[in-house]
Design a protein around this ligand. Structure first.
Ligand SMILES: [Mn+2]
Length: 444
């Protein structure tokens, strides 16, 4: 793995660029200020990491397949003894080619002037607009100037191409080395969720469990959480992106935990919903078993040729049947499906691509139709039900229950593999894990 994975990605993308007579300019971005003069921890942009394996900020990878001497060129910060004393070690221009396998490396300050020499000979440029307005403007000006002085012998770029059209299609299909990262991310997530289940009991604050997740992710070698952990007790679970994580858990309520480890910047995305105190109430249990049935039915649909819509429709079908049976929806099944009355309780989609980004790149629709799954794609499957605290259309006993069950799923040649299968989700397992403490007499 390591460098060879990124080199493989670069070679694959260069071959694609060569066919299109295209160059690519791929920046990683700069440190971002958190407040005053403190910065957020840096995380390379996913396209850049995929192609380079380089962790430092302030770098740009340029791929120029039609260039005579060097097809991969990295621009990065120069070594600087004084700056490194303050802000950390730098790889530097000299060491970059052998460390990363790029053909050449230059100081970032030379980017514009070198691009004038590297870009001619290519008809289009792959560049993602919208991340960095300053760089966007510089690139437009630079290419505009190139076109002004173009010579007939060497084509100058005339077209900008979005990374979504080629690079993101490569990222959508995971290779063996990437799958190893995704498996490792899921493995550590499983350990973190299990640790949380052992620690979750009445009186514990959501924030303590949030910290336990982060601790386990990083202790086991992950780079941290792949997105903001959600630890949502009671009706907080009905807020889909609940972030406060600061309330003490109460016996008898559910706690929804949506958290995934990031491994070498590859994400996992796992949700479990736990009975605090160790016993589901009848209403909680009815809804939980319904969501679990929907998840199993949806998972069973994941195989080559099926689509995200198939998976979603399957989950919705099971949920609607169950909601009708429990009296939470009324009327006919056909009407509930046609009029989307279930959306009061299930308002999100059932899955999304997973990879370097938790909501990973890759088109969901091609030529107006949902694209079929192919081996090597990774998706989440995550049905849920959320009954708002103030939903007066249902009996009070159902209100404030929020449930989601989410796993990470690899599409294989003959079906699928659940990467997060080690995270318990059966009712009996959860009741044993969360209630076991009383039986062995442990006190907080
Ligand atoms: Mn998800």
């Amino acid at each position: 793995m390591g460098m060879s994975m990124h080199r493989d990605h670069r070679e694959r993308f260069l071959a694609l660029l060569a066919r299109e007579n295209a160059a690519a300019i791929v920046p990683t971005g700069a440190l971002k200020i958190r407040n005053h003069d403190s910065e957020y921890r840096f995380r390379p942009r996913s396209d850049f990491w995929y192609l380079s394996g380089f962790r430092e900020p302030d770098a740009v990878l340029v791929l120029v397949p039609n260039h005579a001497e060097a097809t991969s060129v990295l621009f990065l910060n120069e070594r600087d003894r004084e700056k490194e004393t303050w802000t950390g070690r730098r790889l530097g221009v000299e060491a970059a080619p052998s460390a990363l396998g790029v053909a050449r490396a230059y100081p970032l300050a030379e980017l514009d002037e070198r691009l004038e020499e590297l870009l001619p000979g290519h008809e289009r440029i792959v560049y993602g607009f919208g991340e960095d307005q300053q760089l966007d403007r510089r690139m437009l000006e630079l290419v505009g100037a190139l076109q002004q002085k173009s010579r007939a012998l060497r084509p100058t770029p005339r077209q900008w191409v979005e990374p979504a059209l080629g690079l993101h299609e490569l990222r959508l299909r995971k290779d063996a080395a990437e799958l190893e990262c995704l498996r490792q991310a899921a493995r550590v997530s499983a350990e973190a969720h299990r640790a949380l289940m052992r620690a979750a009991r009445p009186g514990v604050n959501e924030g303590e469990l949030d910290a336990l997740l982060d601790y386990t992710f990083r202790r086991r070698g992950g780079s941290g959480s792949a997105y903001g952990n959600i630890v949502a007790g009671g009706a907080n679970a009905c807020i889909l992106h609940y972030r406060e994580n600061d309330r003490a858990l109460v016996a008898g309520e559910l706690c929804l935990v949506d958290a995934g480890c990031e491994w070498e910047f590859y994400a996992s995305d796992v949700t479990r919903t736990l009975p605090i105190g160790g016993r589901f109430s009848p209403e909680q249990r009815a809804l939980y078993e319904l969501v679990l049935r929907a998840e199993y039915a949806a998972l069973a649909r994941v195989r080559p040729g099926a689509t995200q819509d198939d998976v979603h429709d399957t989950a919705v079908g099971v949920l609607v049947d169950g909601l009708l049976a429990l009296g939470l929806l009324s009327g006919s099944r056909a009407d509930a499906l046609a009029q989307h009355t279930y959306r009061r309780f299930y308002m999100h989609r059932t899955g999304h691509w997973l990879g370097l980004d938790v909501h990973d790149v890759g088109l969901y629709v091609q030529a107006g139709k949902p694209r079929p799954f192919e081996p090597g794609m990774v998706t989440t499957v995550e049905p849920g039900l959320y009954v708002a605290e103030d939903d007066e259309s249902v009996e009070p006993r159902w209100r404030g229950i929020g449930i989601r069950i989410e796993d990470d799923v690899l599409v294989t040649a003959d079906g699928h593999e659940v990467l997060s299968a080690d995270v318990p989700k059966e009712v009996d397992e959860l009741e044993a894990l969360l209630g076991g403490r009383e039986r062995v007499g442990l006190q907080r």
